[in-house]
Design a protein around this ligand. Structure first.
Ligand SMILES: *Cc1c(COP(=O)(O)O)cnc(C)c1O
Length: 477
């Protein structure tokens, strides 16, 4: 498919991008609005074709990256990442009359490099484990811009958070009991937010819905008043705000509008009980385009609806405007990333299916087998070549369900060609595993023709580091 390059109107946007094929339906996916909102663009923003029609990202030829760093390889485009951060910042400034801060939900892809990038763009971050918290702190995210989440935080994790001055999102009574013990031994109050389940349904996969009442996350709304009354009597806690999150990969705007009203009611209640509650954290959830037919709202539309609804709901209740926090994860990093694989074996089952196997699969991208997720792929060196056959791209793991792309259209391929799968920047590396003792891929950050390794490739020997062979099991010689 071919689209004309559009001029950049935004100081953030890079030079015009050459056309890229989707490999699926041939439909254009790159309009000007998509470029300002990278969650609507399948390929990274800096994707373009060189003189031979081969695909480059960040000025680096993809097939060169595959040769130099090996495959599978995660490629992260700095331009897309920064553009997305700025899109959130600018939209919040434009569409919310109060203060606002976007916090990167780092579970989507947690690394020192992404943290440093996001921090340098002025965003905050949310972390849900000691590992994510340490990554954030070491990556240079200021502690006062971090919130710590989790539905089953350990005492050690809570200790780390409060020692480092990170605010804690209270999810349940166990958090309150653990924190009150830890906080009793120190001066000053711990800054907390209270998470509750807003009772809002949205249409996304069952496993990634969190806002309906039957969810493990947050206090039941019926309990919120009792929790807030209890905390009013806890000198160790300073209730800085409320939190709710309704789910992920959401294309509808209405649930976010409804959420604002529910949260404004809760804010009025909390403030009436004497809590400062200057922050309202509406979570994340904005979806992205994985395949040409996906049509998520833009970041600007999402922020406009959320910001407008919060301002309106607070106005109706005569509440002083809170600082608006949101927690984009997927929409911030997904389309900045792509994964390169090398094509290997082929199996033709006449009249049934053709399997093309790649050198990765469910260990580097568990989303298809977990959520039946769809992706878009092109051949790195001939993305515009005419698709002539329908194939199923399978991984190399011992699992029939290890399929990355079902029934996609591709040109005739040969083993050794490099396949680029788009929009793998979120919940791929982060959810990856070592199934079949397959080492984790490297990740490179590309920008202006330079590629830098930001995560080294694991080696098979690395996987033995934590194995212990009891002496009595040693073979006797
Ligand atoms: C997962 C999660 C997010 C991010 O969700 P996305 O859909 O990736 O934007 C934000 N906040 C909380 C509490 C989460 O659990």
């Amino acid at each position: 498919m071919v689209t004309s390059a559009s001029p950049a109107t935004d100081s953030v946007a890079p030079a015009p991008v050459a056309p890229v094929a989707t490999g699926l339906d041939g439909s254009p996916f790159e309009s000007q609005s998509d470029r300002l909102s990278p969650n609507r663009n399948l390929a990274p923003l800096s994707a373009r074709l060189d003189g031979l029609g081969r695909m480059e990202v960040g000025g680096c030829l993809l097939s060169d990256l595959a040769r130099t760093y090996g495959t599978p390889l995660y490629v992260l485009d700095e331009t897309t990442l920064r553009t997305t951060c700025r899109a959130y910042r600018q939209a919040l400034a434009a569409h919310y009359p109060g203060e606002a801060l976007a916090l990167y939900a780092s579970k989507a892809n947690s690394s020192l490099a992404i943290t440093a990038l996001v921090a340098s763009e002025g965003l905050g971050l949310d972390a849900v484990s000691a590992g994510e918290l340490l990554t954030a702190l070491q990556g240079g995210m200021p502690a006062e811009r971090i919130v710590f989440h989790g539905n089953n935080k350990s005492a050690e994790e809570l200790q780390l958070a409060i020692d480092r001055g990170v605010s804690v999102v209270l999810d349940n009574w166990n958090d309150i009991a653990l924190l009150s013990d830890l906080a009793a031994e120190r001066p000053g109050a711990v800054r907390v937010l209270v998470r509750f389940t807003p009772g809002i349904e949205c249409h996304t996969h069952e496993y990634i819905r969190t806002g309906h009442l039957d969810s493990k996350f947050g206090f039941d709304p019926d309990q919120l008043e009792a929790v807030l009354r209890h905390l009013a009597g806890c000198p160790w806690a300073r209730v800085d705000g409320l939190h709710a999150h309704i789910g992920s990969q959401i294309f509808e705007l209405e649930p976010h509008r409804d959420l604002a009203a529910v949260m404004a009611d809760a804010l009025a209640l909390a403030r009436s009980l004497g809590h400062p509650c200057g922050d309202l954290n509406v979570g994340g959830g904005l979806g992205i385009r994985y395949v040409g037919s996906d049509d998520p709202p833009s970041i600007q539309e999402w922020v406009q609806v959320v910001g407008g609804a919060v301002a309106e709901a607070c106005g109706q209740r005569q509440l002083v405007l809170p600082r608006l926090l949101c927690e984009p994860g997927r929409s911030l990093v997904a389309t900045a990333g792509l994964t390169l694989y090398m094509l290997g074996s082929r199996k033709d089952i006449p009249g049934l299916r053709t399997y093309l196997s790649v050198d990765g699969g469910m260990s580097d991208n568990p989303r298809p087998i977990t959520y039946q997720s769809q992706y878009t792929a092109v051949l790195a060196d001939r993305p515009l070549a005419e698709a002539t056959e329908t194939v199923t791209v399978a991984g190399k793991h011992c699992e029939s369900g290890d399929v990355l792309l079902h029934d996609v259209r591709l040109p005739q391929t040969t083993p050794g060609e490099v396949l680029a799968v788009f929009a793998t920047g979120a919940y791929n590396a982060a959810m990856g595993s070592n199934y079949n003792r397959i080492p984790r891929p490297a990740a490179v950050l590309v920008h202006d023709g330079v590629a830098e390794v930001v995560q080294r490739r694991e080696q098979p020997e690395d996987l033995l580091r934590y194995d212990v062979l009891p002496h009595r099991l040693l073979p006797v010689s």
